[in-house]
Ligand binder design. Structure first.
Ligand SMILES: Nc1ncnc2c1ncn2[C@@H]1O[C@H](COP(=O)(O)OP(=O)(O)O)[C@@H](O)[C@H]1O
Ligand SMILES: [Mg+2]
Length: 310
């Protein structure tokens, strides 16, 4: 398998078709705006990693893309279809996307194979036989083709998450959304899930991945988006955003994630409104702000500080 982005995504250089087109996206919960003017696009075959502190709006962004949350402003086009249009067929939109969450959400009472066939039969109206055939192809892809009869409780967390990926793939999605897929795993199980994701990327799957795995993002992402306080602070190639970040908030965040035991408390003195990254060690954590004041502060700071695309 090649990890050379040019080889992985040959369509990129030619400019793949836009799969997701997000323009001026806003999302409020009550009076609190947690996404402010998010504008970005994802092209066919692209792997976009979204990084940023806890509470910065990463999950909300992904959840807006598959309409688990309804945007309060802006538009999201998926394959040119405006999913923010009230007349949009939500089920049709969702059937094009696979979503993998931090918690695997497998049906405990169903076997691995049945977990991977239920939605195919119900949503895609596939026969049981057809659905099982597809499921086995995808279980093979995640290295679990021989565990079809097992129940989730008999599997490790890493195996369960791989089943969740196989289940999503069995719906033939054209876009995969991952929300911190390795955050709930014991450290020794993270690698097996990342390697499945790496392989998916190498096969040209279009992916939006919220992750704290910086080595993975650096290696696999075509583009990295750094979010803080509900805005995109910067985005670009992994080498630029992770290797040579332009904004102080990005640098502060990366320092916390990459070296949590060596965080300078003065990093918070100036423009930085980030929550201390949850993955940082407890020792490095400061008292959290309330969720109500945080996004408003962050958005206000973002306005006069680092605008998106600056
Ligand atoms: N359903 C909800 N109701 C109210 N506030 C929410 C809801 N979901 C998320 N939030 C708030 O929106 C902000 C962004 O949350 P989230 O998107 O989960 O951030 P992240 O994934 O980056 O940690 C947080 O302040 C969070 O408390
Ligand atoms: Mg989240």
């Amino acid at each position: 398998m090649s990890t050379d982005p040019a080889q992985r995504h040959p369509r990129d250089s030619a400019g793949g078709a836009t799969v997701v087109d997000i323009q001026g996206l806003r999302k409020s919960f009550g009076t609190v705006e947690v996404l402010t003017d998010i504008t970005t696009t994802v092209r066919t075959g692209e792997v976009v990693c979204i990084i940023g502190p806890s509470g910065s709006g990463k999950s909300t962004l992904l959840r807006c893309v598959n309409l688990l949350e309804h945007p309060t402003g802006g538009t999201i086009l998926v394959d040119g279809l405006d999913i923010t249009d009230p007349d949009c067929d939500i089920d049709r939109v969702r059937s094009r996307m696979g979503m993998v969450f931090q918690q695997f959400n497998l049906f405990a009472h169903l076997s691995v194979l049945d977990n991977c066939t239920v939605a195919q039969q119900v949503v895609l109206k596939r026969s049981k036989k057809e659905a099982e055939k597809v499921a086995l192809v995808n279980l093979d892809k995640v290295g679990l083709v021989d565990r079809g009869d097992a129940f989730p409780a008999q599997l490790s967390g890493g195996q369960q998450q791989r089943v969740a990926i196989a289940r999503a793939l069995s719906m033939d999605p054209e876009l995969m959304l991952f929300d911190e897929p390795t955050s709930a795993l014991d450290p020794e199980l993270v690698g097996e899930v990342l390697s499945v994701m790496r392989r998916l990327a190498s096969e040209g799957m279009t992916m939006m991945v919220v992750t704290h795995e910086m080595a993975f993002a650096r290696e696999v992402a075509d583009r990295v988006i750094f979010m803080d306080g509900g805005v995109i602070v910067e985005e670009g190639s992994p080498d630029r955003v992770i290797g040579n970040p332009q904004h102080r908030r990005t640098r502060t965040f990366l320092k916390r994630v990459l070296d949590p035991t060596n965080v300078d408390p003065d990093d918070d003195d100036d423009d930085d409104v980030s929550e201390v990254e949850q993955h940082a060690s407890a020792a490095a954590q400061k008292p959290a702000r309330t969720s109500a004041e945080k996004p408003a502060q962050a958005a206000a700071t973002a306005d006069h500080d680092h605008g998106h695309g600056s």
